[in-house]
Design a protein around this ligand. Sequence first.
Ligand code: FRU
Length: 326
Amino acid sequence: NPEENEYIIGFSQCTAGDTWRKSMQEGMEREVSFYPNLTLIHRNAHENSKLQIQQIRELVNAGVNLLIISPNEAIPITPIVEELYNKGIPVVILDRQTTSKKYTAYVGSNNLEIGRAAGHYINTLLKGNGKVLEILGTSGASPTRDRHAGFVESIAQSPGIQLIDKFHGDWEQEYVLKQLPAMLAKHPDIDLIYAHNDRMALGAYKVCKQAGLEQKIKFIGVDGLAGPNGGIDLVEKGIINATMLYPTGGEEAIRTALRILRKQPFSKENILETMVINPANVHSLKVQSDKILSQQQDITRQQIRLQEQSNLYHNQRIVLYILVFL
Ligand code: FRU
């Protein structure tokens, strides 16, 4: 619709670099490319909540019409989100949450449910009996709190399942590689490692493999990303036993943002579907997700070609103008 208003969406991302965040960003950009009246500008806080607050202010000062925020830590980011909300600036919270309901909309999965599903699956996998080590995400991030709480709640119903220890792997493999050897030495009888994401689960597998324990210990992760070394790939290769799907929500966040900007009806809570990816369903999921990935790459290629064509058209018009009028 050529009559439609121009909108600028500001996106405040908590951390960059990992494939899950890259996939989120690509999803957003792909969705934005369908709407010529939408511009997306983003800032990355590199896991620093103070920097994230500063960047949110910069985006507001740049005149964005709406903000999408993935809060690094729940407590420090809450006041600024409440402030924007009270001022009437629309805010879509994506993936990680704040501690209040003062936001325009939320897009993401329910991490409490993910924790519960992990606990339930672990109980089945260990046949009701075994010792579990938990590797958590960064403290202060809402998925860490919820993936832990849901898990603890769920295994409380299985007296044979014991959470023997836990540590923060801060979402990244490198911290697991550093800390896990000491944990294995302390607890030689671990049956399963539940990691809050697949990158940490892969790190745990690598450490256990070094110690010759990779057959004895089972591994569960979260994310279930498509593509090489993503969770789906890791389950299919038998490196980890299962992963809980955690969709990035990039496209959905843009769609929700657009509905808010256009003053169309929208839901405040947009809870994305999750599921257990295990050896029983991983093959068909892999086939599907590979197909989706290749279609997404086709869309990106087509968008680039369209842009080239539009640039060419623009240049030709300038040449024509010069020829006719000068
Ligand atoms: C990506 C990530 C995911 C995890 C999510 C939680 O940066 O670490 O692996 O599921 O953040 O917010």
